[in-house]
Design a protein around this ligand. Structure first.
Ligand code: UDP
Ligand code: MG
Length: 319
């Protein structure tokens, strides 16, 4: 430890919970387990909560076997695929540790970093995020869309998220409890964990390419996820309709004296084409704004139904 680092103020925790969501990750499971155990064993007592998000490739059975062989592994098997954020939530709610770490299964987030996250917690951090210094093995399109999304999210929501932050993060128990009190269905844990406050810190790492298998995020899922994130933290898209309404009303008012002036001067007032274009343009804008309102309304409907975020079909430690 360098001289500039303050001494730890917290003792080593009795139990650390590592939460890992898995969706069709059979190829990485053994390596994941080996590397996590190697990284965590020297640190403190731990439990590894593996949430199976409705896999169909044998991950479920492999998890049952792993949990039977290693009592520190706890499998939470969801009844179907509920998505990354819901799976993370399921794991967070099952966690018993004083310190909880969430991490992707594909080893893009190296488990060896947990020691550093833990050190930062011991020095007083309550939420410690691992931010990517570099991202190997990710497509240019993914990087460009990610940067566009984080820019838009920051401007619309006023919450400044680093573009390089994913869901590799350590939570103090107190911070996790605050997070668990947020029951919204459109979950965007990165935004939510920034929103709750507390002592937030970040450490940097180099992101590795996926160990095996393929990304589970199709472009369609990414778009949904982005709109979920923005709509749950900002009403600006809704207010856009009001703004557009004002802009076009002002334009229309300005056009009235012009039209009268042209008429008095005996000028030809351009006819059908202009009218048609104006109608089409306004019709298009109206449909877009109605669509935006619909997106919010659909989410309000989902919230009102208050369905559970996920359904657990099996816990390996409770038969
Ligand atoms: N994942 C999940 N449910 C899903 C999609 C993904 O639990 O519906 C998990 C996946 O197994 C991995 C993590 O979420 O552990 C991140 O997924 P992935 O690596 O495919 O995303 P990327 O790193 O490409 O953004
Ligand atoms: Mg990944």
């Amino acid at each position: 430890m360098s001289a500039s680092q303050p001494d730890p103020i917290r003792p080593i925790p009795a139990l650390l919970s590592l939460v890992v969501p898995l969706y069709n990750e059979i190829e990485v499971l053994a390596e994941l387990h080996a590397r996590c155990v190697a990284a965590l064993e020297p640190l403190c007592g731990f439990e590894m909560i593996c949430v199976d998000d409705g896999s169909s490739d044998g991950t479920r059975q492999a998890l049952r076997d792993l949990a039977a062989a290693d009592s520190r592994v706890r499998g939470v098997l969801l009844s179907r695929n509920f998505g990354h954020q819901a799976a993370l939530t399921a794991g967070l709610e099952a966690a018993d540790g004083a310190v909880i770490v969430t991490m992707d299964a594909d080893l893009q987030d190296p488990p060896e970093l947990i020691g550093e996250l833990l050190e930062e917690w011991r020095r007083g951090g309550e939420i410690v995020s691992a931010t990517r210094r570099s991202r190997a093995g990710e497509s240019r399109i993914k990087l460009a869309t990610a940067s566009g999304f984080y820019g838009a999210f920051g401007r619309l929501s006023g919450i400044d998220l680093s573009e390089q932050t994913g869901d590799y993060r350590l939570y103090d128990r107190r911070a996790l409890e605050a997070l668990s009190s947020m029951h919204e269905r459109s979950r965007f844990l990165r935004g939510m964990s920034a929103w709750i406050g507390f002592d937030q810190r970040a450490i940097e790492f180099d992101r590795e390419p996926r160990f095996a298998g393929e990304t589970k995020f199709t472009p369609r899922r990414m778009i949904r996820f982005s709109f979920d994130a923005i709509s749950s933290f900002s009403h600006l898209p809704l207010q856009l309709a009001t703004l557009l309404g004002f802009v076009f009303s002002i334009l229309a008012f300005l056009a009235i004296p012009i039209a009268i002036g042209l008429k008095l001067a005996g000028q030809f007032v351009p006819g059908i084409t202009t009218v048609l274009l104006a109608v089409l343009l306004l019709g298009g804008i109206q449909l877009i704004t109605v669509g935006i309102i619909g997106e919010y309304l659909g989410r309000v409907y989902d919230e009102v139904k208050a369905r559970p975020l996920y359904i657990v079909s099996e816990l390996t430690d409770r038969q």
